[in-house]
Design a protein around this ligand. Structure first.
Ligand code: HEC
Ligand code: HEC
Length: 448
C-alpha cells in the first residue's frame, strides 16, 4: 500500500516536473527568439508579406474610422487634417505604399524596413540603415501612436504625418529617390495604384496624395491598450507592486512626468517640447557645429536640405537648433513618446543607450554636463531598487498585443544590463541629494 502510494507520488512529481520544465523551456524560447523563423532581408526587416500578415493579426478591424473613436472628438479633429479625413480607401492605399520597396532608388527599402511591424514599428537599431547599407545619424522612432504627435522628427521639423512621409523617400541615406518625379515614376505604371489613388482622392496620382495616404495609414496605428492604462482604469492587478512604486517615482522623486506627462488628452508621455537632456553632449562641440550649420543653411534652407543635414551628417547633434537657429536650442530634441517604449530599443535620438536601465542611469547621473543642459536635469540619487521599479513601470506601457515581444525585450535588456551598465558607476559617483529634496523631504532623502 505504502509503496504504491510513493510510486504514484513519484510518477505525479515526474509528470508535474516535466510539465513545468516544458513551460519554462517554451517560455525561455519565446522570450529569447520567438522571431527566429521570421524571413528577414539584408537590413534585418521582415518581408513585406510577413509584416502585412502580422499587421492583419494585430489589427483585425475593418472599419478604420472606428479606430480613432477612442479619442475625444476635439482631440481627433485636431490631428486629422481638413484635407485628409480618414477613409478606408485612403488607409488601404497608404498601407500599400508603406510596404512598397519600389519607392526606394534600388528597390530594397520601404518605410516598413525601418518601421517594421515585427520590431515595434522601428528597426531596433542604434541608427537606421538605408539603401546600400548607408548609416544615418539618428535612431528611428516608432510610427505607433504618431497620430497624436504635435510635430514629427526628433527636432520637430515636420508639422504633420502627411508632410513627414514625403521626406524619407527623397533622403539620400534612406530611400534615395532623386526627386518627386522619380518616386512617382517608380509606381505610376501600376494600374492598381492608378485605381486606388483615384478612388482615395478623386484625381490622378501625385506626390502630395502619396504623403496624405501614408499619413492616413499611420493614423490608424493606435496601440495604447497597455497594462498601465488598464491599471489607471481601475484594474489594480494590471501592473505589479514594483511597477506601481515605479509610477510613484516617475511622478515624484525621479521627476520624469515633468517632461513625459501622461493625461487623458495627452496620453503619449511627451510634452511635445524640446530639451537638451545631455545625450549629444557626450562628444560635441556645439559652437563649432552651430557655426557650420548656420553657414550651410544660409546657402540652402529648403525642407529637403534640412532633412539631409539632420539625418545624414554630424550636424544631427544640434537637434532643434537646426530648425530655429536659436542658441538655446543647441542639442535639444523633442521629448519622445514613451508608449510601447519596452519594444523600441535602443534609446535616444542617436540610439546610444541600449537598455531602459541605461536610460535611468543616464538621468540618475544628471545627464552629460554641457552649457545647454535643461534645468530639469539633475542627479537623482535613485537606489538600485528604485531604478528597477522605474524600469518595471516603463515596461507596463506596452500595448497588450505586443506582450510577447515586450517580455522578450525585458529578459534581453535585463540580461544585458546585468553584464554591462556603462553609466551606472558615473551615476553613483554623481549621486547627491538635490537641495530641494533636502528641504522638502527632510530626512527621507538621505544619501545612499
Ligand atoms: C532608412 C530608414 C528609414 C526609412 C526607410 C524611413 N524612416 Fe521614418 N524615420 C527614420 C529615422 C532615422 C527617423 C528619425 C529622423 C529624424 O528625427 O531626423 C524617422 C522618423 C520618422 C517619423 C517621425 C516619428 C516621430 O516620433 O517624430 C515618422 C512618422 C516616420 N519616420 C515615418 C516614415 C515613413 C512613412 C516612411 C516611408 C515613406 C519612413 N519613415 C521611412 C528612419 C527611416
Ligand atoms: C527635461 C525633460 C526630461 C526629463 C525630466 C526626462 N526626460 Fe526622458 N527624454 C527627454 C528628451 C528630450 C528625450 C530625448 C533626448 C535625446 O534623444 O537627446 C528623452 C528620452 C527618453 C527616453 C528614450 C525614448 C526613446 O524612444 O528613445 C526614455 C525611455 C525616457 N526619456 C524616460 C524618462 C524617464 C524614465 C525620466 C525620469 C527619470 C525622464 N525621461 C526624464 C526629456 C526628459
Amino acid at each position: 500500500m505504502d509503496s504504491t502510494r510513493s510510486l504514484r507520488r513519484v510518477l505525479w512529481m515526474a509528470v508535474v516536473g516535466f510539465a513545468l520544465l516544458g513551460a519554462v523551456l517554451s517560455q525561455a524560447n519565446t522570450a529569447k527568439e520567438p522571431q527566429q523563423n521570421v524571413p528577414r532581408d539584408a537590413l534585418g526587416a521582415a518581408s513585406p508579406e510577413y509584416q502585412q500578415k502580422a499587421l492583419a493579426k494585430l489589427m483585425p478591424e475593418r472599419d478604420v474610422s472606428k479606430i480613432t473613436e477612442v479619442f475625444d472628438p476635439v482631440i481627433r479633429n485636431a490631428f486629422i487634417p481638413k484635407d485628409n479625413d480618414l477613409t478606408a480607401k485612403r488607409v488601404e492605399l497608404g498601407k500599400k505604399l508603406y510596404f512598397d520597396k519600389r519607392l526606394s532608388a534600388d528597390g530594397t527599402v520601404s518605410c516598413a524596413t525601418c518601421h517594421d511591424v515585427t520590431r515595434g514599428f522601428t528597426d531596433q537599431l542604434a541608427v537606421s540603415k538605408g539603401i546600400d547599407g548607408q548609416l544615418g545619424k539618428r535612431n528611428a522612432p516608432t510610427t505607433l501612436n504618431s497620430i497624436l504627435l504635435q510635430t514629427l522628427f526628433w527636432d520637430g521639423r515636420s508639422p504633420t504625418l502627411d508632410n513627414q512621409a514625403k521626406q524619407p523617400i527623397l533622403n539620400p541615406v534612406e530611400m534615395g529617390m532623386a526627386d518627386e518625379n522619380a518616386a512617382m515614376k517608380a509606381i505610376r505604371g501600376d494600374p492598381e495604384y492608378q485605381k486606388m489613388f483615384r478612388e482615395a482622392y478623386g484625381r490622378d496620382m501625385n506626390y502630395e496624395d502619396l504623403g496624405r495616404a501614408i499619413g492616413a495609414f499611420e493614423r490608424t496605428l493606435v496601440f495604447m491598450d497597455s497594462p498601465f492604462r488598464r491599471f489607471l482604469a481601475g484594474d489594480d492587478r494590471a501592473i505589479s507592486a514594483e511597477a506601481q512604486a515605479g509610477f510613484e517615482l516617475y511622478n515624484g522623486k525621479a521627476r520624469c512626468a515633468a517632461c513625459h506627462p501622461m493625461s487623458p488628452s495627452n496620453p503619449l508621455g511627451t510634452d511635445n517640447r524640446f530639451h537638451n537632456v545631455g545625450v549629444s553632449a557626450r562628444h560635441q562641440d556645439f559652437e563649432a557645429l552651430g557655426r557650420r550649420a548656420v553657414k550651410l543653411l544660409k546657402e540652402d534652407s529648403s525642407e529637403q536640405k534640412l532633412d539631409e543635414l539632420a539625418v545624414g551628417t554630424d550636424l544631427s547633434e544640434l537637434g532643434r537648433f537646426m530648425v530655429t537657429r536659436n542658441r538655446v536650442d543647441m542639442g535639444s530634441f523633442r521629448t519622445p513618446l514613451i508608449l510601447n517604449v519596452g519594444i523600441t530599443p535602443p534609446y535616444m535620438h542617436d540610439g546610444s543607450l541600449m537598455t531602459l536601465w541605461d536610460v535611468i542611469d543616464h538621468y540618475n547621473k544628471g545627464g552629460e554636463a554641457n552649457p545647454f543642459l535643461d534645468g530639469g536635469i539633475e542627479p537623482l540619487a535613485l537606489t538600485e531598487e528604485e531604478i528597477n521599479q522605474l524600469v518595471a513601470f516603463l515596461f507596463t506601457l506596452t500595448d497588450v498585443r505586443f506582450a510577447d515581444e515586450n517580455q522578450r525585450q525585458f529578459n534581453r535588456q535585463q540580461a544585458a544590463a546585468k553584464k554591462n551598465r556603462p553609466i551606472r558607476d558615473e551615476a553613483i559617483a554623481n549621486r547627491q541629494v538635490i537641495p530641494f529634496e533636502k528641504r522638502v523631504m527632510g530626512t527621507k532623502a538621505t544619501k545612499k
